[in-house]
Design a protein around this ligand. Structure first.
Ligand SMILES: C[S@@+](CC[C@H](N)C(=O)[O-])C[C@H]1O[C@@H](n2cnc3c(N)ncnc32)[C@H](O)[C@@H]1O
Length: 474
């Protein structure tokens, strides 16, 4: 499937199945919606957070049904690997041999049995109905039998049976208990330097539904005013942040967002962008700023608004034309010029005072916001990413003036993408750059470790796991 096709698919609602039995009228809109989104995730690499809200709107599913559909979709997608291990233990054939639609039904049913208070008979009967509608009556008996087996034990009993021994394989044990792929749990452990209580806290925080964070656009509205009109709370660290409770629904229609006063943005993203504008420069000049990987524009909005307040101008570079269009749209009215270009050689004149490189990355730090993502990523994704990150960082350094600072940001704690990329760049640019202790530019943020880099964490800071390093050109 081409990237373009995949992109289009992600924005489309799940297509009705062309063959197979006709669907009877929908009696159970919440479960039907959850099932259809799970089908779109497995069949077409769709994103739950794009497909579900659209589908709820189209089918006019609201209130309790919408809440149930959201809980079932996100919960099932997030726990997929754990659910698959349990389902596999109830089968007399390999999991791969189970029809994909039936497997999605089994996942949805198992999630209800193991992680909700829905009565077992309702979870089993409703799932068997969905599987029958989708795949035919011949598989209803099979689905019923598997779900009955799943229901014989609760989650803890299944984990006691299936999880690796915590003494000999602590990472494997925690990975299964918190429904993470082992390689991701290992990446977290290596970054934290811990395989015990802190790793567990990090994985559990990564498995919980996050609060919604808003950015109060500087110069438009204060965080206090935004908190008052949204009934939210002023964020603990970002001067522009507001927190809304986890599970706050679709915000596109909310007044401050419609009026362009606020955008949805994780507090960690706000902190790194603010830090990039605060880090001390040496030598004269602080008016040319560059965002070298800007799409879809979240940080460019904040940088652009702060540039406007301080008399600076921002160039925003983005390789993908459709993402560059998004940057243009969200930064309208700000002193921002958008360039569709490859950041490795964008054709811009060097001499920037500040560069933010928010590099393409594995995104392991924002898995809690994208429920299906953890089961889709592969360790083999990392080498290509670190190569690109290193090349973009080399370009950022070339584009700086002497005394200027590049702020390197990735939304992942994976050491290859964080400290690995930075130490490689420092080695290649020996005598050209010096590392700045980034912690100083995160005032009031606790638990930042020994520096000089900053790694934010959901369990410590309530933010995505953003990494930030700063290099000054000598
Ligand atoms: C992590 S995202 C940036 C997020 C953005 N800063 C924000 O806050 O909304 C990385 C972006 O880099 C873009 N990108 C990938 N390769 C690039 C390249 N060689 N040059 C410029 N941009 C690139 C991707 O299309 C993506 O939009």
């Amino acid at each position: 499937m081409t990237a373009e096709r995949r992109r289009q698919d992600r924005t489309r609602r799940p297509a009705p199945r062309k063959q197979g039995p006709r669907r009877p009228p929908v009696h159970d809109p919440a479960r039907r919606a959850a099932f259809d989104v799970l089908r779109a995730i497995s069949d077409r690499d769709a994103y739950a957070n794009l497909v579900l809200p659209e589908l709820l709107r189209e089918r006019r599913i609201t209130g309790r049904d919408a809440a149930l559909a959201t809980e079932l979709t996100y919960g099932t997608a997030r726990a997929q690997g754990l659910l698959d291990e349990i389902i596999a233990a109830c089968l007399d054939r390999p999991l791969e041999k189970v029809d994909r639609a039936v497997l999605d039904g089994l996942r949805l049913g198992s999630y209800q049995l193991l992680r909700t208070r829905i009565p077992h008979h309702a979870a089993v009967a409703s799932t068997v109905d969905l599987v029958r509608e989708e795949a035919g009556s011949h598989v209803a008996g099979f689905a019923n039998a598997v779900l009955r087996k799943v229901s014989e034990k609760d989650e803890q009993e299944w984990l006691a049976e299936l999880a690796p021994d915590p003494e000999t394989d602590p990472i494997g044990n925690l990975a299964l208990r918190t429904a993470h792929p082992r390689w991701i749990a290992r990446a977290f452990a290596e970054s934290l330097g811990d395989k015990g209580a802190e790793l567990e806290a990090a994985l559990r925080a990564d498995d919980a539904r996050p609060a919604v964070h808003l950015l109060a656009r500087p110069g438009e509205i204060s965080a206090e005013e935004l908190a008052a009109v949204t009934a939210g709370e002023v964020a603990p660290y970002s001067p522009y942040g507001v927190h809304l409770p986890a599970g706050t629904g679709d915000l596109t229609e909310s007044e401050p967002i419609r009026q362009g006063l606020a955008t949805v943005q994780d507090e960690g993203s706000q902190l790194v962008a603010v830090a990039a504008t605060e880090v001390g420069l040496t030598g004269a000049g602080d008016s040319r700023w560059l965002d070298l990987a800007a799409g879809p524009g979240g940080k460019a909005v904040l940088l652009g608004a702060l540039a406007a307040l301080s008399g600076a101008e921002l160039d925003a570079v983005e390789k993908a034309p459709h993402r560059a269009r998004l940057v243009r749209r969200v930064t309208e009215g700000l002193p921002v010029t958008v360039h569709v270009a490859d950041g490795r050689d964008p054709g811009l004149a060097a001499g920037y005072d500040r560069v933010l490189l928010d590099a393409p990355c594995s995104g392991l730090g924002s898995l809690r916001r994208r429920p299906e993502a953890r089961w889709r990523k592969e360790p083999s994704d990392i080498p290509d990413l670190t190569r690109l990150q290193g090349e973009l960082l080399g370009s950022a350094i070339r584009l700086l003036r002497t005394g200027g600072v590049v702020t390197y940001v990735v939304c992942t704690p994976h050491l290859a993408e964080t400290e690995g990329v930075i130490s490689d760049a420092v080695r290649r640019n020996d005598g050209v750059v010096e590392v700045v202790d980034a912690r100083e530019f995160f005032p009031g943020v606790p638990d930042l470790g020994e520096g000089p880099y900053v790694q934010l964490w959901p369990h410590r800071h309530g933010t995505d796991a953003m990494f930030c390093a700063m290099l000054r050109k000598l």
